[in-house]
Design a protein. Structure first.
Length: 356
């Protein structure tokens, strides 16, 4: 893989993250929520807007991050939705584009990454108002900032993956919203981040095919796991089954697989074939959910046998996933395909899947 400047790297990982650019058309009346297909009564789908990415569940609403268009449109949106009906209950127009999301455990605030500007924002979950913003200083030789991709809350601190080569992980005090530490030499393009109560360690994936094992008390990288087979991987998103100590890591572009690591040994114990972007584990039902961008499917797998129990097919590409706290609903953002002029064939959509 050739070398990229931080700006190009951010855009490349944005593409791997299915952060699609789109031409923003004139605003139309809100589309009604519909059943996606007559054969899928458990699925409701709604066309929502341009540039949809991650979602955040708060006690007040379901929020969806939007970058809007990358062409002729400045800033982004934060959509506030009723999780039961997918109806819009509020909108926050932001001066920067929004991508990744995380929620404070008390539900009072949530956080979003402004990937192309190397920044993060704190947002009030009640009003949707942006309370604070923090921009990071790291820049590449071309002068563009490192992209802020994923954000994860753990014990009062925010861990933010920096897309650079070498990448970094910014550690931010969630209360003061100030940078407290930068974890350096985190490999090429830091992507997914998760915490394991099994090992009391943070895991961070990167585009060089590594899973970084980080001690949250010292905030130092203690180990670097890899598939160990000599193949190239661009690792993206992470999920964990704490009961069995398994870590699931997706690769949507290089190996097109999901790696299953044994957290105690750091070894790969299973490969789930097929393109894989978003991934979530549902402890209530012992299931895995995987979004397949190329296949335009969302898979529901038995987490023990890895057998596909069910799949949902869509006309556009599934991207980010979110499981409701009660484990009974799966939310999906759908991305439209690009035209040659960087516009898309339509608006992105939000999907609500009943898992009962």
């Amino acid at each position: 893989m050739k070398s990229f400047s931080p700006r190009k790297a951010a855009l490349a990982v944005v593409a791997a993250f299915s952060l699609a650019a789109c031409q923003a058309p004139a605003k139309k009346p809100e589309a009604p929520v519909q059943t996606a297909a007559a054969t899928k009564p458990d699925t409701a789908q709604r066309e929502l807007g341009d540039g949809l990415y991650e979602m955040a569940w708060t006690p007040k609403a379901l929020y969806v991050a939007s970058a809007q268009s990358f062409k002729n449109v400045n800033g982004g949106l934060l959509y506030r939705l009723d999780p039961a009906t997918l109806a819009t209950t509020g909108e926050t127009h932001t001066d920067l584009k929004n991508f990744g999301m995380a929620v404070d455990p008390d539900g009072s605030v949530f956080y979003t990454t402004n990937s192309l500007d190397g920044a993060i924002a704190k947002v009030d979950a009640e009003s949707g108002k942006v309370l604070q913003r923090l921009k990071f200083s790291e820049k590449g030789k071309d002068g563009y900032p490192y992209g802020a991709r994923e954000i994860f809350w753990h014990e009062g601190k925010l861990y933010v993956g920096g897309v650079g080569d070498p990448g970094v992980i910014w550690v931010v005090d969630a209360k003061t919203f100030k940078l407290s530490k930068t974890i350096k030499n985190a490999g090429k393009w830091v992507t997914g981040i998760i915490y394991s109560p099994v090992t009391d360690r943070l895991y961070a994936a990167n585009g060089g095919g590594e899973v970084l094992v980080i001690n949250p008390r010292t905030q130092k990288i203690e180990k670097r796991w890899s598939a160990g087979d000599g193949k190239e991987y661009l690792l993206l998103n992470l999920a964990e089954d704490p009961a069995t100590g398994r870590l699931f890591v997706t690769d949507n572009s290089k190996a097109k697989t999901t790696l299953v690591f044994d957290e105690r040994s750091g070894k790969v114990i299973k490969r789930i074939d097929g393109d894989a972007l978003g991934i979530k584990f549902n402890a209530k039902s012992n299931e895995l959910y995987i979004s397949q961008r190329e296949s335009k499917k969302v898979l529901q797998l038995d987490a023990t046998s890895y057998a596909v129990k069910k799949s949902w097919s869509f006309a556009s590409s599934p991207n980010s996933l979110l499981v409701s706290p009660d484990g009974e609903t799966l939310f999906v953002t759908l991305k439209q395909e690009f035209n040659k002029d960087d516009s898309t064939k339509g608006k992105d959509s939000i999907v609500r899947i009943s898992l009962k």
